[in-house]
Design a protein around this ligand. Structure first.
Ligand code: SAJ
Length: 414
């Protein structure tokens, strides 16, 4: 099937780059978002998120007339749904964005359409999405009802790109594609072939759903192992970085890096989707989440301990982003640690984040917090807490650290 017009629902970290890449391959793309500000910006060729090279591709797509945005879905050959799937209280998956998107798309569907869910989702979500659309359109049949003979074909293909490398990974990564019917899988493969140079691996929707959750849980469990080691090594007075470096010389060992906790909107969320639907089986996955969520508290305790006996210490806090060399502060354990240290009023906090211009709003309003550059913070500090191994921190002159209490939570200064 030839896809001449594709609609991308949700113009966030995944939808916008995907829309722009499709448009760059000559497809007519209609982006849909409930946020008028996002839609207006896109129609001017501007982007509302920071991702290397994205602005260029979006600008080109809009100025060549290949991409435009609207708040209400319009008819198209295929629809890609890339909306958030957060969790509610008690880590219950929140599918309300998928529900709203499917109900918004349903009225413009026609026979022969393909609908793909890209949002990371619990097992069964793709079928649920098809069901929501079917309830609004009893005049059409969907893959979960009529298989290959359906009017509207529905598939899941989870996004797997790494923030900071999205434009390259979108094209080069392999894709796992699972339809609610074999025909839906084949059609979806045809769509991804427009821009993917990696392999397109075919399966069913439920396996594709679980596959994505497993990938992020695998990483979470491995980071939890590294974080647990950092506590064990501290207890023995052993340098965890040397310990891991030595262990990793074994040909079949590859321990990841401990850090101040696990942040971002994926790895700290997705494992809970497995735990929620298989609580009795997912014991290791749950424990890994708990271990990683505990790590920020442990880092705070270390600072409190170091500050004991010092009168109004100057505490340099290096890094607020959720990981190295990005400007994304959402769900960041580092930001959370600095917030809690500010509330604890241990001394003056010299906050450094080279990738943002000013003190984040959530830290404003404390009079013992200063937003400074790394050199000023390191020179003035009694205690230096390294939270993110941003490149600008790696260049710090080590002689400036003499006589200071350094807590390097991410191994920046090995
Ligand atoms: N982290 C550590 N130690 C490590 C590696 C990471 O503490 O050794 C921390 C980071 O500092 C960060 C968190 O883990 O706080 C997550 O960072 P990440 O780089 O591991 O992953 P994300 O959240 O940026 O992106 C992940 C990716 N998944 C995997 O690598 C399996 C990406 O491919 C997914 O597309 C993305 O989640 C997603 O959207 O689901």
């Amino acid at each position: 099937m030839k896809f001449e017009k594709i609609s991308v629902i949700g113009l966030g970290y995944i939808g916008l780059p995907t829309a722009a890449v499709l448009a760059s391959r000559g497809v007519q793309v209609i982006g849909v978002d409930v946020n008028q500000r996002v839609v207006d910006a896109l129609n001017k060729g501007q982007v509302t998120i920071v991702e290397p090279d994205l602005d260029m591709v979006v600008h080109a797509a809009v100025t060549t007339g290949k991409m435009s945005a609207t708040t209400t879905p319009e008819p198209a050959d295929a629809f890609l749904v890339a909306v958030p799937t957060p969790f509610k209280d008690d880590h219950v998956p929140d599918l309300s964005y998928i529900e709203k998107a499917s109900k918004a798309v349903a009225p413009v569907l026609k026979a022969g359409n393909l609908v793909i869910l890209e949002s990371t989702s619990p097992v069964g979500a793709t079928e649920q999405m098809a069901q929501w659309m079917a309830e609004i359109r009893p005049d059409l049949t969907f893959s979960h009802q009529a298989g290959d003979d359906a009017d509207v074909h529905v598939a899941h293909c989870p996004e797997r790109v790494l923030p900071g490398h999205v434009m390259r990974e979108l094209v080069e990564n392999d894709r796992v594609i699972g339809g609610l019917s074999p025909k839906a899988t084949d059609m979806a493969e045809g769509l991804y072939r427009i821009f993917v140079t990696g392999e397109c691996l075919k399966t069913d929707a439920r396996t594709a759903e679980l596959c994505k959750l497993v990938e992020n849980s695998f990483r979470d469990v491995n980071i939890a192992f590294a974080n647990e080691l950092s506590l064990i090594a501290d207890r023995f007075g052993i340098d965890v970085w040397e310990l891991i470096r030595l262990a990793n010389h074994h040909p079949r060992v590859n321990v990841l890096r401990p850090g101040p906790g696990v942040g971002g909107h994926c790895i700290a969320v997705d494992p809970w989707f497995i735990v929620h639907s298989a609580p009795d089986q997912a014991r290791l996955i749950r424990t890994a989440r708990e271990v990683n969520d505990h790590k920020p508290h442990y880092v705070i305790e270390k600072v409190v301990e170091a500050a004991k006996g010092l009168k109004q210490p100057q505490i340099a806090c290096l890094g607020l982003a959720f990981k190295a060399d990005i400007d994304d502060l959402r769900e960041s354990p580092s930001l959370d640690i600095v917030k809690r240290l500010a509330e604890a009023k241990l001394g003056t906090l010299l906050v450094v984040e080279p990738y943002v211009d000013e003190m984040p709003k959530s830290l404003q309003g404390h009079d013992h917090l200063k937003f400074v550059d790394v050199d000023e913070a390191v020179k003035a500090a009694d205690i230096i807490l390294v939270l993110v191994n941003h490149k600008p921190f790696l260049a710090v002159d080590r002689s400036l650290l003499e006589g200071k209490h350094v807590i390097d939570a991410c191994g920046a200064w090995l």
